[in-house]
Design a protein around this ligand. Structure first.
Ligand SMILES: C[S@@+](CC[C@H](N)C(=O)[O-])C[C@H]1O[C@@H](n2cnc3c(N)ncnc32)[C@H](O)[C@@H]1O
Length: 296
């Protein structure tokens, strides 16, 4: 997976062996008391859960990078708010959609009242961890993968970091529709995607299978503005720390600006107004989009 946190400088085969070992430990271990599931590292706000696959390592440099990427996400949200004359202090409700184990939440929770933040994840363990660790509200999805049953509220801001980077075309569009419907009038949707820079890095950072497919991905990106390649089961096992109910609906996704703008317009039935496209704005890798929900 191309992730905005970069990766440790280990040979790929060592990374794979370590990931498999970690994965087997997680899957086979009985549920542990919360205290042992997470570790406090010096200089990090809140503990880091052992399932947090966004952590690039535990050296001081790696942890600093993890936090810097979280802070950059906050800066993107703050920039979006400034475009509409607001600041984080004005936000009554914020949803971190696909929050993982709090890479961004832990930074947001230091900048605004955590009680105003909702943490949604499809990973069954993540929302409860984020709620307990950072004081945010937990939102999960049931085993039936029933999105209509998720008790989402209405939000002034929705942040979705590295979610649209992994969705197939149907889910990309239905997620845009879902989120546009969950914004208050004037509310902001800020999310990241893989675009040209991510694709340029795929030959070196995306693994051998994706590297071989790069010419096809460029072609689809040029012709349609969208390319999705599902992860193989063994890849998925290393990428998500839980059995993924939607199987091959999760993969690597590349898009261009015009595709996203058209998809947002169509999926929201014209309710989303485009405000900004910022190439490579997250960790110098992922592109960022900002849309505003029209008042009527
Ligand atoms: C690359 S991680 C990003 C996590 C977090 N946003 C961050 O930046 O640290 C992608 C996340 O998307 C979640 N996810 C998978 N399928 C999803 C879906 N259909 N809708 C929303 N989130 C999903 C995964 O559980 C995973 O935590």
């Amino acid at each position: 997976m191309i992730r905005p946190e970069g990766s440790r400088k280990r040979p790929p085969w060592i990374v794979r062996v370590l990931q498999t070992a970690r994965r087997r430990l997680r899957m086979s271990a009985p549920a542990e008391p919360a205290a042992r599931e997470a570790t406090q590292y010096p200089g990090v706000f809140g503990r880091i859960h052992r399932n947090d696959t966004m952590v690039p390592g535990f050296s001081p440099e790696a942890l600093a990078h993890y936090q810097a990427v979280g802070s950059e996400a906050c800066a993107l949200v703050e920039q979006a708010l400034r475009r509409t004359g607001r600041a984080l202090g004005d936000v009554r409700s914020l949803l971190d959609f696909g929050c993982g184990y709090g890479r961004v939440l832990r930074m947001l929770a230091q900048r605004m009242d955590p009680a105003k933040i909702a943490a949604f994840e499809v990973d069954p363990r993540a929302p409860a961890f984020c709620a307990a660790e950072f004081g945010v509200q937990a939102l999960g999805i049931n085993k039936a993968w029933d999105w209509a049953a998720v008790p989402f509220g209405q939000y002034d801001v929705i942040w979705a970091g590295s979610i649209f980077t992994h969705l197939n075309e149907a889910d990309f569009r239905s997620t845009l529709a879902l989120l546009s419907g969950r914004l208050n009038p004037g509310g902001l949707l800020v999310f990241t995607t893989h675009g040209q820079e991510a694709l340029r890095r795929t030959p070196t950072a995306g693994g051998a299978r994706l590297a071989a497919l790069v010419p096809r991905i460029w072609t689809e990106l040029d012709q349609r503005g969208f390319c999705f390649l599902p992860y193989e089961p063994d890849e998925l096992e290393h990428i998500l720390p839980f059995p993924y109910p939607a199987g091959r609906q999760f993969g690597a996704t590349w898009v261009n600006e015009s595709y996203v703008r058209a998809a947002a317009h169509e999926a929201s039935m014209g309710r989303l107004e485009f405000l900004a496209f910022q190439p490579q704005a997250w960790d110098n890798l992922q592109d960022a989009f900002t849309f505003r929900r029209r008042a009527a």
